[in-house]
Design a protein around this ligand. Structure first.
Ligand code: UT7
Length: 315
C-alpha cells in the first residue's frame, strides 16, 4: 500500500514541566535532561473520540477522499471511555463511513501493527483504501502522584490513509510476554460471584528495563528490515522513532552512525503519546513539506507487552 494522507489532533490543554513540579517532586531540568520532554497535551474536556475523529478527518482531507470510499478502518487504542463498542465503530459513524472496522491494542506499536494489517488485507485482495487511526490517553491510565511516570506521557491522535501502491517495503513485529515491565490493571464491574481481590492499579513502568529493551529492539528491528530489503542505514532518508525518550532516539542514531538530523523529534512538545506518536510525527513532517517523493522512511516503535515493530516505507 501507499500512504496518501495524514492527520493528527491534540487536546487543547498544555501541561508544562513547571506545572508538573507543582504536583510532584520534579523539575524542568530533570525532565528535560532525562527525557527531552518540555511540555505535553493532556485531555481535559475532550473525549478520546473527539481527537480520533479530528485526526481521521484531517487525514481524509489530506488524502482528498471521502469516508464513504474507505474499505476498512483500523483504530489503535489502549483505553477510551467505551469498553464496547469498539472506538473504531463509533468513529466509523462519526466520519460517515460504512465499511467494516476493528480496534487493536498494540500499545505504543499500534501504528506499525495497523500498517501491517492494512498491507496484509490489501495483499489478500480484500481492501483498496484503509484508514488507520491511533488515539491514546495515557493521562487517564497513570497516577498523577507518581513522578516516575506522570512526567513522561501525553495524549493525542494521529491518522493515515492508505491506498493501492507498492510503498510499504517491509514490516517486522515482535512480542515477548514480559508484562510486569509496563502495565496497568483496572477494576471491572462488581460481580456477586467474583472471588478475586481488587486490581485497580495505575500505570507501572520499570523504566530502566523498558529503556534497555527499547534500544535493543529498535536496533534489531531496523537492522533486520535493512538486511531483508538489501538497504543500509545510509539509504534511509529519515528514521521516525517512537517518541518515548530523546536518549533512546540519540542512542539509535549513534549505533547506526547516522546524523541526528535524520531522526526528527517532537517529543519536546507532546511527550510519549503511545501509538499516536508515530502518525503525529509523520503528519507534522508531511505538512511541513519535509517528506519528498521517493524518500525512504524507517519507522520503529516499542512498548508494553513487551512488543516492538518497524516498517520501511517509500514516501
Ligand atoms: O512507550 C513505552 C516505552 N517507554 C519507554 O521507552 C521509557 C523507557 N525508560 C525511560 O525513558 C527512562 O528509564 C525514564 C525516563 C523512565 C527514567 O530515566 P532514568 O535515567 O532511567 O532514571 P531512573 O529511573 O534511574 O531514576 C533516577 C533517579 C531516581 O532517584 P534515585 O533513586 O537515584 O535517588 C528516581 O527516583 O531519578 C528519580 N526520578 C525523578 N526525579 C525527578 C524519577 N522520576 C523523577 C522525576 N523527577 N520525574
Amino acid at each position: 500500500m501507499k500512504i496518501i494522507g495524514t492527520g493528527c489532533s491534540h487536546p487543547s490543554k498544555v501541561v508544562t514541566n513547571d506545572m508538573l513540579s507543582d504536583l510532584v517532586d520534579t523539575s524542568n531540568e530533570w525532565i528535560m535532561t532525562r527525557t527531552g520532554i518540555s511540555e505535553r497535551r493532556v485531555i481535559s474536556s475532550e473525549m478520546m473520540l473527539d481527537l480520533a475523529v479530528e485526526a481521521a478527518r484531517n487525514a481524509l482531507d489530506d488524502a482528498g477522499i471521502s469516508a464513504s470510499e474507505l474499505d476498512f478502518i483500523i483504530v489503535a487504542n489502549v483505553v477510551n471511555e467505551y469498553v464496547t463498542p469498539a472506538l473504531s465503530c463509533i468513529l466509523q459513524g462519526a466520519i460517515g463511513a460504512t465499511c467494516p472496522c476493528v480496534d487493536l491494542n498494540g500499545a505504543c506499536v499500534g501504528f506499525i501493527y495497523g500498517l501491517d494489517m492494512a498491507e496484509a488485507y490489501y495483499k489478500a485482495g480484500k481492501v483498496k483504501k484503509v484508514l488507520v487511526v491511533c488515539a491514546e490517553q495515557p493521562s487517564r491510565m497513570l497516577s498523577w502522584q507518581d513522578r516516575s511516570v506522570c512526567v513522561l506521557f501525553g495524549d493525542g491522535a494521529g491518522a493515515a490513509v492508505l491506498a493501492e501502491g507498492d510503498n510499504i517495503k517491509a514490516t517486522r513485529l515482535t512480542a515477548s510476554s514480559n508484562y510486569d515491565k509496563l502495565y496497568q490493571m483496572h477494576e471491572l464491574q462488581p460481580s456477586p460471584f467474583n472471588t478475586k481481590p481488587s486490581t485497580d492499579l495505575p500505570l507501572v513502568m520499570r523504566g530502566q528495563d523498558v529503556f534497555k529493551f527499547a534500544s535493543k529492539a529498535s536496533y534489531a528491528d531496523l537492522s533486520a528490515l535493512l538486511k531483508e530489503t538489501g538497504k543500509t542505514a545510509d539509504d534511509v532518508s529519515l528514521f521516525l522513532l517512537h517518541q518515548a525518550n530523546i536518549r533512546i532516539i540519540e542512542n539509535i542514531a549513534h549505533i547506526f552512525n547516522q546524523d541526528k538530523a535524520k531522526f526528527p523529534t517532537n517529543i519536546q512538545k507532546y511527550g510519549n503519546t503511545s501509538s499516536a506518536s508515530l502518525p503525529i510525527l509523520l503528519d507534522e513532517l508531511n505538512r511541513e513539506g519535509k517528506l519528498h517523493h521517493g524518500d525512504l522512511l524507517a519507522l520503529s516503535a516499542f512498548g508494553a507487552g513487551l512488543v516492538s515493530g518497524a516498517c520501511l516505507l517509500e514516501w
